[in-house]
Design a protein around this ligand. Structure first.
Ligand code: CA
Length: 504
């Protein structure tokens, strides 16, 4: 029996086998494998000359350093990476508008917040330290509250400390500090926190409460300063007393039926392999198209993994403002990497390469697949909140923890996370739905992976069928009818806010 291979685009000169093949194995279409080829790695479909482009997704992912025969394993050591797309005069809006699939559902049941543009899907009391110095006290108070207070407020899902590493000891009056300060400010306003604000400061930190709060919010009912409290006991008492008042208000909230235009969802991938870009990410892309078509806001990020396919995103920008900001975000990130002596070849990771992702271009094309086909309505700087609906590029590093924190700051209430190699990643402030790129991962981790997209590689399900399953799971999770595994186990990674400013 021949081994199934997947060629994504008709112009591709490489394909990937859906399972590991041994030298001499016969592949679908009659090709013979010339090497032992790991699952998901590339195989030459025809003889390729030295210097010839390697084409996947219909795009050049690099140039061959040496000639290869049909059936040969094409791995990362054989490919030269070309420079990234030019950001100056990048054409935009040139892609013909795709007809989005018709969403079968247009409402969900969430927690509306009067005056806010998005609704929450969980009912969480969040407490933000203004500076890391107070986190120990805040954590102790949260532990005590979970034991003694939370059981009295059954409508409240959790109490979450928004711990972060900054607030002091970092250069404040520099342009790049606007990123972490703005991110913290917006994080406080994540819709899952129900509009309640609670900040605990020390009293001598650089980040004063007025930098996080609007004047009317900066009041004793929202802010505690530990240096004004009498001892540890006084600190804990002050935090519990403030929290109790807020828990009463949160506990009175009820879910109501809301249009999907009130929902803001984030997409990201991590621990990717060669299947991510052909199974889980396109499935997420289809769900994204359904959500965008229903009027929801869908955020995708991971600047370093979009950079090499940025011309494809620019082509989908709905307006000049978005296209210009897209180029500006990429330029800023290029400079940020350069300042650190790094470049885009710092990504992919060894795990990515082992999984068959040879170059950053190949990874980018697979990464972009999660954005579906909808037009890009808006581009955000890291931690900014959207003003539009539909598909939105929210600039943020690809690092899973940083992307998670930055999308939370931008206001996502749920994240969809695609993984090939597998990661138990989760967030305390928003449920995370995990989608596997291969069936073998779902079999290995049946109680961590929510949805298996490996069915696409096996040919037992189409992208649209799996995408619809994911869309329904997103709406069920948003409505409180489904709890993703990471939420059930409370798998909460530390919040890692993006801070490009110098630590002093
Ligand atoms: Ca990531």
């Amino acid at each position: 029996m021949s081994v199934r291979i997947i060629q994504i685009h008709e112009t591709d000169n490489v394909a990937i086998p859906v399972e590991a093949v041994s030298k001499g194995a016969i592949l679908e279409g009659g090709l013979t494998a010339l090497d032992d080829i790991p699952q998901g790695h590339k195989i030459a479909l025809r003889p390729l000359a030295a210097g010839e482009p390697v084409i996947r997704y219909g795009a050049v992912i690099g140039y061959l350093k040496q000639a290869a025969n049909a059936g040969a394993w094409i791995n990362e050591t054989m490919i030269e990476v070309p420079p990234p797309p030019d950001l100056d005069n990048m054409p935009w809006g040139t892609a013909s508008a795709a007809a989005l699939p018709v969403p079968p559902r247009t409402v969900f049941r969430g927690y509306d917040i009067p005056g806010a543009s998005f609704a929450g899907i969980r009912n969480i009391l969040a407490i933000m330290p203004a500076v890391q110095c107070v986190s120990g006290v805040v954590n102790a108070a949260v532990e005590k509250m979970k034991r003694e207070l939370l059981p009295r407020f059954p409508q409240v899902d959790d109490i979450v400390p928004l711990n972060h590493a900054y607030g002091c000891g970092v250069a404040m009056n520099v342009k790049d500090s606007a990123i972490w300060i703005g991110s913290l400010k917006n994080l406080l306003r994540n819709p899952n926190f129900g509009g309640e604000i609670m900040v605990v400061g020390l009293g001598c930190e650089m980040l004063t409460p007025d930098m996080l709060l609007d004047p009317e919010e900066n009041a004793p009912e929202n802010v505690i300063i530990l240096q004004e409290c009498r001892g540890f006991t006084g600190m804990i008492d002050a935090i519990l007393s403030m929290a109790e008042k807020k828990l009463h208000r949160l506990n009175a909230r009820k879910r109501t039926e809301l249009p999907l235009s009130k929902l803001c969802v984030g997409m990201q991938c991590g621990g990717s392999d060669a299947f991510s870009g052909i199974t889980s990410n396109p499935v997420a892309g289809y769900a994204s198209d359904l959500l965008a078509g229903a009027g929801a806001a869908v955020l995708f990020s991971e600047t370093t993994e979009v950079r090499d396919g940025v011309h494809l995103i620019a082509a989908r920008c709905a307006g000049e403002e978005a296209a210009k900001k897209l180029a500006a975000e990429m330029r800023w990130y290029d400079a940020y990497l350069r300042a650190g002596g790094a470049d885009r070849t710092a990504n992919p990771s060894p795990g990515n390469k082992k999984g068959g992702l040879a170059t950053i271009i190949e990874k980018a094309l697979g990464c972009i697949a999660k954005s579906g086909t909808a037009p890009v309505t808006e581009v955000l700087s890291p931690g900014e909140r959207p003003s539009q609906r539909g598909l939105i590029f929210a600039g943020a590093p690809a690092s899973d923890m940083v992307c998670g924190a930055q999308q939370l700051a931008s206001g996502i209430v749920l994240q969809v996370f695609m993984t090939g190699r597998g990661t138990p990643y989760g967030l305390a402030s928003a449920p995370v739905i995990k989608v596997s790129s291969r069936t073998i991962l779902k079999e290995l981790w049946p109680d961590l992976i929510d949805l298996n997209a490996g069915t696409i590689a096996e040919g037992s399900e189409t992208i649209a069928e799996a995408g619809l399953r994911l869309f329904n799971m997103i709406i069920d999770a948003a409505s409180g009818d489904y709890k993703p595994w990471a939420e059930r186990y409370k798998l909460h990674n530390d919040l890692t806010i993006f801070n490009p400013a110098p630590i002093t």
